[in-house]
Every structure is written in structure tokens, then in C-alpha cells.
Design a protein around this ligand. Sequence first.
Ligand code: AMP
Length: 215
Amino acid sequence: MRLIFLGAPGAGKGTYAAQLSQQLGIPTISTGDILRANVKQGTPLGLEAKSYMDKGGLVPDELVTRMLAGRLGETDVKPGFILDGFPRTLAQAQSLETLLKEKGINLNAVVDIDVPRDVIIRRLTGRRMCPGCGANYNVNTNLKPKQEGICDKCGKALITRTDDNEATIKNRLQVYEEQTAPLIAYYQKTGLLRTVAAEGEIADIVARIRKAVAA
Ligand code: AMP
């Protein structure tokens, strides 16, 4: 199964992708996670990407596309994958199409995770992340850690992502509307688009996504 998860920042793409990945036994490829790992390790890609990420802008298409092409060449993605956070522009969508064509593989579905804007802002401002294992939490939803500020899985102190501050969040939402939202119409034309309302319990939303992609 090869899937794309579309949706605004804070729509919950990472959370639902992690659960669906486990259920389907396929990896999630999050371009945001790969970029953050590069920033943390201080690689040349990370150094270049950081300034865009801190402002809430997009990292240039060419850099992200090259990074994704490398990841799609690894063996664990052979049985399938969930793309979380890529493509984010029409140019990236076109590059992905070319890349998949070269590999002789097709997408099964593109899931648009639909969440009202006020819910998105609540989720983004409450988001906390574990710097050790990458687990995500949210102090404004039922995804709170068991012990305040501490990762349930590895006991590390949780952090707020540097791009989850108010000014950056505003910019990321604007970038989403201008550059990423047009992909909904793009994938609608291909017949691959499945819109899923991300309301209610996480397990129910994941079940809804699973049903939508099987259709
Ligand atoms: P995310 O974790 O998906 O919210 O991504 C965090 C940040 O990484 C974004 O705000 C962008 O700066 C950058 N980023 C992630 N994926 C992409 C992409 N496909 N194209 C450009 N920038 C990206």
C-alpha cells in the first residue's frame, strides 16, 4: 500500500500515520522528521534547511525532493509506505509522479485529513515532542503524557518544537493554504483523493482512514 497523507500542519498526520504504519506493517516517511534529524546532526542539508524551518517556510523543492528520492531507494519501503508531509507543492507532486513512474509503482490513495482551523491552532499550540524517541504528545488533547512533561516511552523531558510558536504557526498555516492546499484539487483529478474528517477518538479516525484507502 502506497499512501500520501495531506492536511494542514497540526491535522494529526504524524499521529495517524504512526498508527496506520504499525497496522499495515509499512514505514511512514516524514520529510519533517528527516529534516529535523539532519538539523540535529548538523549535516549540510540540516544547516541549509534550518533557516526555512524556523520561520515556518518551506525548504526548497530541490533539496527535499532529492532527500525523498534517497529515502524511497531504501529496501524497507518496498512493501509500501505512507508519505507524511510530502508533497507540499505542485512541483513536488510532479517530481514524485516522475520518481514513481521510474520505479514502475503507483500510489493507492491520497488521504486529505480534514480538520477545522480552530482545532488545528489548539493542537499546534499544545504539541510536545520527545527529543529522544520522537514520540508526539499534546497537552490540549487526550494525547497528554502520563506524567506532565515526561515521555511515557523513554522518560526524557518533553520539548516544544521550535516552529510551534505563534508567529511561525501563523506562517505555516498561510504557506499551507497557498502552496499545499492546491494539491487537493490536483489529486482529486487523479481519482486518488479520499477526504477523512479527523474528529473523535484517534483509533476511530485511523479506522476511518483505513476504510477510505481500502475503497
Ligand atoms: P512537518 O514536521 O511536516 O510539519 O515539517 C516541518 C517543517 O519542515 C516544515 O514547516 C518545512 O519547513 C519543512 N518541510 C517538511 N516537509 C517539507 C516538504 N515536503 N517541502 C518543504 N519543506 C518541508
